[in-house]
Design a protein around this ligand. Structure first.
Ligand SMILES: [Zn+2]
Length: 363
């Protein structure tokens, strides 16, 4: 895919930046869902559930019913304990690599506002030789917020407060960006932009854009959405491991996928076979850049939950991201915009000659 051309690109970088700036680890998705609601309400009526899912429909009476989803939550940490001297202990929310934490700037989202802190680490000089290069267990690490006592610390942070990496959004060379939240704000971006593209030239299908919660821990948002919507077709968009950095071997990572190559269509158990064929056909016809990756088993995304909603043909497609679940993930926003264009075009295509049997093997 060509590098971003500001004259022709339809990528809404401000939207992606705004989504990434809203700190929202699992269970605390309020900030990002506020951004999602505000954005969706410009196109359609929004709705939500007590779990925290947020969605909006275009052509609400239409058929088939197509759902496009990304997950709002990100990995993070949570305050578990504050000691007599004001040091803060924490546990992980989702898949956090403890080796990435020592020395890091973290933000605790306290009752009165964000509190900056640093993950403490013994100077290398005083670490015994056999312990050097190894990260302490999570319970052996601590956040130093500068407080001098438990009371002072508890005036700023509370047990159960969420913690995130600092919400940077860095412009790198070549139109690439770095943020700790691309998994999966990039997928939420796809859902929101797909609804906007579809609303601009709607067809007979009902399209619901959904921003789910709790993906990084229990997939509970998708489970609730599967029960609620039972859509005819679901497109589940998540971040996927890019294979184009020096630390990665495409043969070990399940295939070759590159930043700037467009959305990654999953072939295998993650996706309905005929839906994959249709997605490839639409992407080719619309000249939307795309990549294909083999998925031999579970996607470890919301896709499996939506598949279980009895009557749903599911397409798992994803966006290439380097350094997943780190303090700075790297991606090309053009891939997300291409994903949105693909989701909207596929929805229009699904509206032509719709029959549910189309995606039933042998049907
Ligand atoms: Zn994800």
């Amino acid at each position: 895919m060509a590098r971003r051309d500001p004259k022709t690109s339809t990528t809404d970088l401000d939207l992606l930046r705004e989504l990434c700036a809203a700190p929202s680890p699992t269970g605390f998705e309020g900030p990002v869902q506020t951004v999602v609601r505000r954005r969706l309400s410009a196109t359609a009526e929004t709705a939500g559930d007590p779990l925290g899912n947020v969605w909006a429909d275009v052509v609400p009476d239409g058929a088939p019913h197509v759902l496009v989803t990304g997950h709002a939550d990100q990995i993070g940490l949570i305050v578990t304990y504050v000691d007599d001297r004001g040091y803060v202990s924490f546990d992980a929310v989702g898949g956090v690599d403890r080796q990435l934490l020592p020395g890091r700037h973290l933000v605790i989202h306290g009752p009165k506002g964000p509190i900056d802190g640093v993950v403490g680490r013994k100077p290398t000089h005083v670490i015994p030789k056999d312990e050097r290069g190894k990260a302490p267990e999570l319970h052996e690490q601590w956040i130093d917020i500068g407080a001098g006592s438990r009371d002072e610390a508890l005036g700023l942070v509370a047990i159960g407060d969420p913690i995130t990496f600092q919400a940077d959004f860095l412009a790198l060379a070549g139109g690439r960006y770095a943020s700790p939240a691309f998994d999966d704000r990039a997928g939420v971006y796809v859902a929101l932009r797909a609804l906007e593209h579809y609303a601009a030239t709607p067809a007979a299908a009902r399209l619901t854009a959904l921003s789910t919660v709790h993906e990084e821990t229990t997939f509970m948002g998708a489970k609730a959405a599967a029960l609620r919507f039972r859509p005819d077709v679901a497109m589940v968009i998540d971040a996927d491991f890019a294979s184009d950095d020096p630390g990665v071997d495409p043969k070990k990572l399940g295939g070759e996928v590159k930043l700037g190559g467009g959305p990654i269509i999953h072939r295998g158990a993650a996706s309905n076979r005929r839906l994959v064929e249709l997605a490839l056909e639409v992407a080719a016809a619309e000249r939307i850049p795309h990549q294909v990756k083999a998925v031999p088993g579970a996607t470890q995304t919301d896709a499996e939950e939506l598949m279980a909603s009895v009557q749903t043909a599911t397409l798992s497609f994803s966006l290439p991201v380097r350094y997943m679940h780190s303090a700075l993930e790297v991606m090309d926003p053009e891939d997300a915009e291409a994903g949105a264009l693909l989701a909207a075009a596929l929805t229009r295509r699904l509206a032509q000659d719709w029959t549910p049997e189309r995606f039933v093997p042998g049907g």
